[in-house]
Write a protein that binds this ligand. Structure first.
Ligand SMILES: [Zn+2]
Length: 372
């Protein structure tokens, strides 16, 4: 392991190395950037490096401290994660951190709290955590990991040194996909290209049937398929997607199992705390609606990427910039009509979906605009 395992984040890693090597560690660090690009891994490597017996700005991976950290058994490296189905970090998680900081680090080094998805701290938790940051315990470092820094209090952000992470290169995502899912490089590259450098999105795209569905609709629309019938079919498909989303949301949250002596309680049921049944139903509906909004976004993104590729492929040598790299023959043939007009229709469709207009109607109208 060590910082070498953090791919494509040269600027962030250089900063983390220099912080570690100089030994002047801020009480709060905020690792921010898109999800699925290595922030959490970097936070863990930082925690290891800060406690490594060899010193030198990185983890040696051989000393006892490094080995304990790697196996998730380092008593001074503590991971705090959102709990329950609503994935919220509540004030009691912050209180437990504060209780721990009363004692000196067990191993005599530094105590590092890695707060995953720190923006999931609710208001009370954030206010409480702010006080913790204002009076930091000695030898304690809080590493906030977030893809949504704006959802943290400005006063928390200003007390943390920001470390910015960017998207991964598509080659990196493709390599990781091949290694993790056994995909051939040819199959991995388009998925990597469509995932905007985010490993989580790449895995999700690979595991879902989303791309096959979108490619099938596009193909049939460009070969005389009936937009009305395709709209009906797509609406039925979205219902199955929603049922799967609802099942996933209703499933009990698994224990986090993040290693490092988690403070969070994975078994905790967010809904078993005196909330009325109606509230539970409302919360579930809000969660499902939120997930479906992401699903809509990902589908629209796939349609957009296709017509963007059609446009790109019209330019000489443009094919090498296409995202749908496994579809170059079809892209070269072109789908008829003006891709720029279709992209405008997609922008409109997304606006309508954002306004909660019935998605069956939105996609049916969209398919009429995409048909030639
Ligand atoms: Zn070490």
């Amino acid at each position: 392991m060590s910082f070498v395992t953090v791919k494509d984040q040269a600027v962030a890693v250089r900063l983390l190395r220099s912080i570690t090597a100089k030994g002047r560690i801020p009480a709060g660090l905020m690792l921010w950037g898109p999800s699925g690009v290595g922030k959490r891994m970097a936070a863990m490597e930082l925690a290891k490096a800060l406690n490594c017996a060899a010193g030198g700005g990185d983890a040696c991976d051989r000393c006892l401290s490094c080995r304990k950290a790697a196996s998730g058994n380092h008593p001074d490296i503590i991971v705090v994660s959102p709990a329950g189905r609503t994935r919220i970090i509540k004030v009691d998680a912050v209180e437990r951190m504060n209780e721990t900081t009363v004692y000196r680090p067990f191993e005599g080094g530094r105590r590092i709290f890695i707060i995953e998805d720190a923006d999931r701290m609710n208001e009370a938790a954030q206010n409480h955590f702010l006080k913790t940051l204002e009076e930091p315990a000695s030898a304690t470092v809080f590493v906030l990991v977030t893809a949504n820094p704006r959802q943290l209090l400005p006063t928390i952000r200003s007390r943390c040194q920001p470390v910015r992470f960017g998207a991964l290169r598509r080659e990196t995502v493709a390599e990781l996909l091949s290694a993790r899912c056994g995909l051939s490089p040819e199959a991995a590259l388009p998925i990597a290209a469509l995932s905007q450098g985010q490993m989580g999105r790449a895995l999700d795209l690979h595991e879902s049937g989303r791309r096959d569905m979108v490619l099938s609709v596009i193909h049939r629309l460009s070969t005389g398929g009936d937009p009305l019938l395709l709209g009906e079919e797509f609406a039925a498909y979205l219902q199955t997607v929603e049922r799967a989303v609802a099942e996933a949301v209703k499933r009990p949250a698994p224990g986090a199992g993040n290693g490092g002596g988690d403070v969070e309680d994975g078994e905790e049921d967010e809904f078993g705390e005196g909330n009325g049944g109606d509230l539970e139903k409302e919360q579930l509906e809000a969660l499902i609606a939120g997930r479906m909004r992401l699903e809509m976004y990902e589908h629209i993104h796939l349609f957009q990427s296709w017509y963007r590729d059609e446009l790109v492929c019209r330019a000489p040598g443009g094919a090498e910039h296409a995202l749908n790299r496994d579809q170059l023959d079809r892209l070269a043939a072109g789908g008829g009509g003006d891709p720029a007009v279709k992209l405008e229709a997609l922008d409109r469709a997304w606006l309508y979906l954002e306004r909660n207009i019935n998605r069956g109607r939105v996609f049916r109208d969209l398919f009429f605009a995409l048909a030639v």
